[in-house]
Design a protein around this ligand. Structure first.
Ligand code: PEP
Ligand code: MN
Length: 372
C-alpha cells in the first residue's frame, strides 16, 4: 500500500500517520520526491482508518507500485523540452531518427543528414550497444559519444543515446548527451534506472519485451523517485506469438493504456518492433493513430552495410517517404516553408543556414555529389 500525503501536510500530521501505521502492524518507509509517499509493508492497515487522518491525500491499494508516474498524481500531460524540441501533451509528434549504432564518423554524419533531411527533430545512435550475441558489434563506446557530440555540434539537434551500464553516466554528462535511452533489455535494471534518476536530463525508457504496462510504469517510477521527472515512455514491441513473422509485436493497445494510466509522454519505436524496414511505415502510422506522441525510427545512410539492425533501418529515401506519408495523413504537420531542406549537387550538408525563433526546426543546405 502507498499512502500519499497532501503537499501541505504538516510534520505532525505525518508523524501521526506513521504512528498509526505502526500501531496497526505495518512498517512504513517514507519517500520524499515532491510530496511524501509512505510505502507500507508488513500488515496492511485498514484503509478507512488511514484515509480519515489529516494530511493524507490518497491511498494506493496494495500491489500498486507507482504513484509519481500515474495520472492520479498528475492529471495533466507532462511536456518535455530539449533544446527547443518538445514532446508530450498536444504537441505534434516528435520524430527521433538515426542509425542503430554509431559506426564511423562518416556513417553517422551521412545517416544524420538523411534523418534530418527527412524531417527528424532529434538524432539517435548507440555508442554502447546491448547485443544478444557477444560476437556482435558492441558499439564504439566513448569514441561513439565523441562522434555524437560532434554531430550535435554540426547540426544543432538533440542526441538520444543508450546508457547500457550505470557506471557510464558521467561520460554521458561530460559529452552532454541530451536524452539518455534505457534499452528494452535494461528496463528492469534497477541500478541503471536509479542512476538515470540522477542524470539531470530526460530519459527515454523503452518497454521490456516481456513486461506489462504496469511494470513499465514502475520502472519509470524508479527514475522519477530518484529525482528525475523527465521520462519519455517508448513502446518498442513485445514478444510475438510464434505465428507472428515480425521481430517483436508492436503493442498498439499499450499506447493508449499507458497514456491513460500515466501523464508521461508515450512514443513508439516501429523499427525494433518490425525488424524489417518495409513494415516500419504502417506500424508508425498505426502508432500515431493510437495516440503515440512521437516515433523513434532507425535510419541508415547505407543499411546494407550497417553493423547493427540494418534489416530494419530505413534508407534515406524511405525516411523521406515516411515523413511525407505521415504528413499526408495529417499525423505530422506540414513544415513551415523555411524548414524545407534545399538540395543542390555536391555531396553533404554544407551547414545549417538558419534557425527560426523557438529553435524547433532547422533549415539545411544539402549538397549532392554529381556523378560526373
Ligand atoms: C535500439 O534502440 O537500438 C535498441 C537496442 O532498442 P531496444 O532496447 O528496444 O531493443
Ligand atoms: Mn537498433
Amino acid at each position: 500500500m502507498l499512502v500519499v500525503m497532501k503537499p501541505d501536510a504538516t510534520a505532525e500530521e505525518l508523524e501521526r500517520v506513521l504512528g498509526k501505521i505502526e500501531s496497526l502492524g505495518g512498517v512504513p518507509e517514507v519517500h520524499r520526491p515532491k510530496h511524501v509517499i509512505i510505502a507500507v509493508r508488513g500488515a496492511t492497515p485498514d484503509p478507512q482508518v488511514l484515509s480519515s487522518l489529516p494530511g493524507v491525500a490518497s491511498l494506493e491499494p496494495s500491489g500498486s507500485g507507482y504513484w509519481l508516474a500515474s495520472r492520479r498524481c498528475q492529471s495533466e500531460d507532462t511536456v518535455i523540452r530539449v533544446r527547443g524540441r518538445v514532446v508530450g501533451g498536444d504537441n505534434p509528434p516528435l520524430l527521433i531518427a538515426g542509425p542503430c549504432a554509431v559506426e564511423t564518423e562518416d556513417q553517422l554524419m551521412r545517416s544524420a543528414e538523411a534523418a534530418l533531411e527527412a524531417g527528424a527533430h532529434m538524432l539517435r545512435g548507440g555508442a554502447y550497444k546491448p547485443r544478444t550475441s557477444p560476437y556482435s558489434f558492441q558499439g564504439l563506446g566513448e569514441a561513439g559519444l565523441e562522434m555524437l557530440a560532434r554531430v550535435r555540434e554540426r547540426f544543432g539537434v538533440p542526441i538520444v543515446t543508450e546508457m547500457r551500464d550505470a557506471s557510464t553516466l558521467e561520460l554521458f554528462q561530460r559529452y552532454e548527451m541530451d536524452v539518455i535511452q534505457i534499452g528494452a533489455r535494461n528496463m528492469q535494471n534497477y541500478e541503471i534506472l536509479r542512476r538515470a534518476g540522477t542524470a539531470g536530463r530526460p530519459v527515454l525508457l523503452k518497454r521490456g519485451p516481456a513486461t506489462s504496462v504496469e511494470e513499465w510504469l514502475m520502472a519509470a517510477e524508479y527514475v522519477m523517485l530518484s529525482g528525475n521527472p523527465q521520462v519519455i515512455l517508448c513502446e518498442r514491441g513485445v514478444l510475438p506469438p510464434a505465428s507472428v513473422a515480425t521481430r517483436y509485436q508492436l503493442d498498439i493497445a499499450a499506447i493508449p493504456i499507458a497514456r491513460r494510466l500515466s501523464h508521461l509522454p508515450v512514443i513508439a519505436d516501429p523499427s525494433h518492433a518490425a525488424g524489417a524496414r518495409e513494415l516500419v511505415l504502417p506500424l508508425a502510422q498505426a502508432a500515431i493513430a493510437a495516440g503515440a506522441q512521437g516515433l523513434l525510427v532507425e535510419v541508415h545512410a547505407d543499411p546494407c552495410r550497417a553493423l547493427c539492425d540494418g534489416r530494419q533501418a530505413l534508407e534515406p529515401v524511405q525516411a523521406r517517404q515516411l515523413v511525407e506519408s505521415l504528413r499526408r495523413h495529417r499525423f505530422l504537420p506540414e513544415p513551415p516553408p523555411h524548414a524545407v531542406p534545399r538540395v543542390d549537387c555536391r555531396g553533404s550538408i554544407a551547414g545549417r543556414t538558419g534557425e527560426p525563433a523557438g529553435g524547433t526546426v532547422y533549415r539545411m543546405h544539402v549538397e549532392r555529389k554529381s556523378r560526373e
